[in-house]
Design a protein around this ligand. Sequence first.
Ligand code: CAA
Length: 313
Amino acid sequence: MIAIRQMMFLSLSYDHRIIDGALGSQFLKRVADLLEDFDRPTTNLIAPHAQTDFMDYTFITVNPEAAQHVALIALNRPKELNALNLQLMGELRDALRQLDNNPDVRVTVLTGNERAFAAGADIKQMADKTAIDMWQIDQFSTWDSIKKTRKPIIAAVSGFALGGGCELAMLCDMIVASETAQFGQPEIKIGTMPGAGGTQRLTRAVGKAIAMEMVLTGKFIGAQEAYRLGLVNRVVPVALYLQEAIRLAQQVAALSPVAVALAKESVLQAFNTSLDEGLVLERKNFYLSFASQDQKEGMAAFVEKRTPNFNGR
Ligand code: CAA
């Protein structure tokens, strides 16, 4: 491992001289962090603050073994249509952090129930707040942590995905929708506007015309329209949406977790950088994948005409 570290640093430091300074430094720091993670024994990977017992949660349920290498988190405030209050979002952040550090978990499916994925941020909790209250509560800092999850998250959406619920689904990496799913950003109808990415992620997903109409009128779109617009990956009957999301998760979980995490990061970077910067990160992540045992295993298996066995190292 020491030899690999030295080789990587030599080659990456060399490349650093020919790529843009800021991105190069950031990249080298990330490589250092990543290598540190690879070196650390997996039993120490769970940070002390994240060692919550999965059974302790009030507003979510967590099954870390829903399928092989697949965890399932279900939002669990059915009476309130899974309205996202502060405690629920805190629990979700903690659970995802814990699962991200669990080497047995490779993909998480996030769901609600048949009637609602989530009907938005909790309006009753926010209704009487002042701007300064909102600023001090800083409710979206949990969303920032969730955004940093390295492993893929697949949203399994049935029923309402509105306001923060639609934004939460869009924060996930893929969306499997049931035929009854409805997506919308109706905040405008209660005198406010999306605050957790709705104006940005929705616009990138469905384009300006539709996003503007949804955000300015509060119009909902159904599952089929969401599919046609590219907001969701697929639409299936209600009875199958969770099963289908888990099936998709298993497909990803069978692949190299290292390559999957690097690929996820690279795709997400497409929303944040210029094409040239994105291409630099993509190339570096491609090279970085060659530091993994999984790349050696994957390519050897191809040559030997057998199924690869990826171990996430
Ligand atoms: N916050 C708090 N409670 C909510 C809620 C929300 N976002 N959405 C639904 N509920 C509660 C209702 O108040 C109701 O509770 P009670 O039984 O105690 O009255 C219960 O859930 C069931 O809801 P309804 O009786 O309204 O059910 P319905 O089938 O008639 O209507 C609905 C369903 C169209 C989704 C309607 O509930 C609704 O419009 N909800 C609000 C949607 C919304 O505006 N979301 C945006 C929130 S702001 C936001 O999300 C900001 C951000 O960007 C993060």
